[in-house]
Write a protein that binds this ligand. Structure first.
Ligand SMILES: [Zn+2]
Length: 526
């Protein structure tokens, strides 16, 4: 009864709002690109980047190594043997000498590689490596909290990419700017209707936004918060800092407020996105889609139970929006047994405890889709986006505190994700750069997908080897790769920004969420 009344009020409000918007929006919609906007996910960066002529043949993590962890450099060259030195950059003194270990020929880049281990050096400082036949490495550090600034930067990247929101100098420094993309968007089938859908995070440099992507990013951030909440403070220097709510949740709420605007108040369906006509500069609403509505449902439900202790009224509003989305799916698409439907059902079950959702969850976990896309994929390609969604739902089911949770299904899930982790570790062991994607060493997006899985497993069973594999991937991202490029903002002597801005991990909205996930695990010890 109550819900009917609310939806009547909303319908009336919606009708009222629409009558006021029949003219073309007064304010022109300007889609300017700024340096800090997330780069397009659609334009694939070229791998044949130009590398500066003078690159050392010693590959290190150009930020550095945490104290108490394994430390290793990779040397390139056919005649590299003997010993190498680690030199204190300030005093010029050699602090450690060790043997170079031959690792043989790497056909992928037509190069001979060797390893230099210096784990024994565990004193904070700034260093470089030197070897007679190879020369010197770039500088790097050893320290306790070296990766904390990266975690902060990756989290703040969402604040700096807030759309339709003014960034003040106080919080954004030289990235300060006026609110952007504040004009209204037109309906695809009737340009006389327009809607205020400002807000959310940029996804590319033009202002296009995909609802499914935005909701999935929010879901990744929420799982990271749920597993590694100690990594997230209320002091990351965003406008909401100091409000007693972890800043990551404030940021997700900012994203969710935009998602709410993308839900059709009458039907509960969620518009698939906002696309821009490059010629006219007009923004268009895309029709509601099943995938966007399901992902919306999942993340709204998830946020509702995680946010309940901070703002009960807003949490309830989110759950109500999730419920409307769920009913839209049921009415328009029936029981569609795909991964996003499963994820939505899992989160609705966790948020409400209702048996009807649990029945869908267990049916999916016993079905063909789950078997084929998840259980049987070992040894194949790196997990694709659909597997990630299954993982989001499956892990959430594992975390559900309810007597009705099926223990047998939970142990099946555990078994499968452990096999994933073993597979990723095994691939990393045989790779000369110690990363999971053997044949495509520079496909960072596949590596990040693997690290998302491994970070989740490492939370469940914290394991020395998994921790080391995750750190080796951070070393790879920060310069211990064949091109000696750092793909992380403000890190490294050869930074991706000097080569191709699209290569930056933090410039890609979904990849940045996975990086944040990794870093939240590393900085909290799992
Ligand atoms: Zn904008």
């Amino acid at each position: 009864m109550k819900i009917v009344k609310i939806s009547l009020i909303i319908t009336a409000f919606f009708a009222l709002a629409l009558t006021g918007c029949e003219e073309t929006p007064e304010e022109p919609i300007v889609f300017e690109a700024t340096e800090h906007q997330f780069e397009s996910l659609l334009s694939e960066a070229q791998i044949d980047y130009a590398v500066p002529a003078q690159v050392p043949n010693i590959m290190v993590n150009q930020l550095g190594y945490l104290t108490g962890t394994d430390k290793m450099a990779i040397f390139r060259g056919a005649d590299v043997d003997g010993v190498f030195q680690v030199v204190d950059a300030d005093s010029g003194r050699t602090v450690l000498s060790a043997n170079i270990e031959d690792r043989g020929y790497n056909a992928l880049y037509d190069e001979y590689l060797s390893y230099g281990l210096f784990t024994d050096l565990d004193i904070s400082g700034r260093y470089y490596l030197e070897a007679p036949a190879v020369g010197r490495s770039f500088f790097f550090s050893i320290g306790d909290d070296l990766y904390d600034p990266l975690l902060l930067m990756a989290g703040r990247k969402y604040y700096l990419n807030r759309c339709g929101f003014p960034l003040t100098e106080e919080y954004a420094g030289h990235y300060a700017r006026e609110a952007c993309h504040t004009g209204e968007a037109l309906f695809w089938d009737d340009e006389s209707i327009s809607l205020d859908v400002s807000g959310g995070w940029h996804q590319d440099a033009y202002g296009n936004k995909d609802t499914y992507v935005a909701a999935k990013v929010a879901a990744l951030l929420l799982l990271s918060y749920e597993l590694n909440s100690a990594a997230y403070t209320d002091q990351t220097d965003i406008p909401e800092s100091g409000n007693q709510v972890p800043d990551l949740l404030d940021e997700v709420r900012f994203g969710l407020e935009w998602l709410m605007k993308m839900q059709d108040t009458a039907s509960g369906g969620v518009y698939a996105g906002l696309s821009l006509d490059a010629q006219t500069g007009k923004a268009y609403m895309e029709p509601a889609s099943a995938a966007a509505t399901k992902m919306f449902c999942a993340v709204m439900a998830k946020f509702s139970y995680l946010f309940q202790g901070f703002d009960n009224a807003y949490a309830t509003q989110c759950l109500r929006a999730a419920d409307r989305a769920w009913r839209y799916i049921e009415q328009n698409h029936g029981e569609s047994m795909d991964e996003t439907y499963f994820f939505a059902a899992t989160e609705m079950f966790r948020a409400t405890g209702q048996q009807s959702y649990h029945r869908i969850v267990t049916r999916y976990l016993r079905g063909d889709d789950y078997q084929e896309l998840f259980v049987d994929t070992l040894g194949g390609a790196a997990p694709d986006g659909r597997q990630e969604v299954i993982m989001l739902g499956a892990v959430s089911y594992l975390l559900t505190k309810s007597r009705v949770v099926d223990r047998e299904l939970c142990s099946e899930i555990m078994k499968t994700i452990l096999l994933f982790a073993e597979d990723i570790s095994a691939r990393s062991r045989i790779s000369q750069y110690l990363t999971a994607a053997n044949e495509k060493q520079d496909n960072n997006n596949e590596l990040l997908a693997d690290m998302l899985f491994l970070s989740v497993v490492n939370y469940v069973i914290t394991n020395y080897e998994y921790g080391a594999v995750i750190e080796n991937h951070l070393h790879f991202f920060m310069g211990r790769n064949s091109a000696l490029i750092s793909y992380i903002d403000d890190v490294g002597a050869i930074n991706y920004k000097d080569i191709d801005p699209r290569l930056g991990i933090m410039n890609q909205i979904e990849e940045n969420a996975k990086l944040l996930f990794m870093l939240s695990g590393v900085t909290t010890g799992h």
